[in-house]
Design a protein around this ligand. Structure first.
Ligand code: URA
Length: 234
């Protein structure tokens, strides 16, 4: 019953986004250009994302936050039905406040281009929103701290396809018993809060830079995403 209500609310919000209700009710002049990261006329979804961002900015006693320069929230199209989750920002991401802008990001862009996708067609975020010092992996405690925000982020975007890049994203959202080499390249459908995307895990681009021979497996995963997008009419 509660789930139905949540789904109805999500559908209603999506519908408002679709008909651009915010624009119809607002006096703000029409913005015809996009800065490539967020899109104009996105209504309640954008408001909910901004609220989430504010909540993350209010996190207290977090080592990651204390040592970081910027909050790294997301990049891409907030209306995309394909959401990608990495591990956490590196030095370049911390400096720019945007995920996947460094070398791993360049490889991610190439991987996306191989299946005719780019940042205007996907939405990207990370398990943790502040850079772990010296590029270490986020700890269990840090992952747990950011997980409710990540889940909320996924609920707001409501993707049909969720791509988890690397073991940190896989373990955070699917469970610690999963190993990336075994779990990659398999579709599972799982409830995350009020949404139930199709989820696939693949290797993290930073890992692929160290182990380029694994790119052939990543290519299989990418083709699975391309095929699923067709089936789901994305
Ligand atoms: N690696 C990640 O997992 N996320 C980024 O944003 C950049 C590198």
């Amino acid at each position: 019953m509660k789930k139905n209500l949540n789904q109805k609310l999500i559908n209603l919000i999506e519908y408002y986004n679709l008909i651009n209700a915010n624009f119809l009710l607002s006096n703000t002049p029409l913005k015809r250009t996009s800065d490539n990261t967020t899109f104009a006329f996105t209504g309640p979804k954008l408001e909910r994302l901004n609220q989430l961002k504010k909540k993350i900015q209010l996190i207290k006693n977090c080592e990651l936050k204390k040592n970081a320069t910027n909050l790294v929230f997301s990049d891409g199209n907030i209306n995309s039905k394909i959401m990608i989750i990495g591990e956490g920002p590196g030095a370049n991401e911390d400096a720019e406040g945007k995920p996947f802008v460094g070398r791993a990001g360049k490889l991610l862009d190439k991987m996306l281009a191989a299946i005719q996708l780019d940042r205007t067609k996907v939405y990207i975020s990370n398990v943790v929103n502040y850079r772990p010092p010296a590029n270490r992996k986020p700890t269990e405690v840090e992952i747990e701290r950011y997980l409710p925000y990540l889940k909320n982020h996924i609920e707001i975007i409501n993707p049909k396809i969720l791509l988890l890049l690397g073991s940190t994203a896989l373990n955070a959202l699917i469970g610690n018993e999963s190993v990336i080499s075994k779990a990659r390249g398999k579709w599972i459908q799982k409830e995350i809060g009020a949404v139930k995307p199709w989820i696939i895990a693949s290797f993290h681009p930073a890992f692929l830079m160290r182990q380029p021979e694994q790119k052939k497996l990543a290519w299989i995963d990418l083709k699975m995403i391309r095929d699923k997008s067709k089936i789901l009419k994305i």
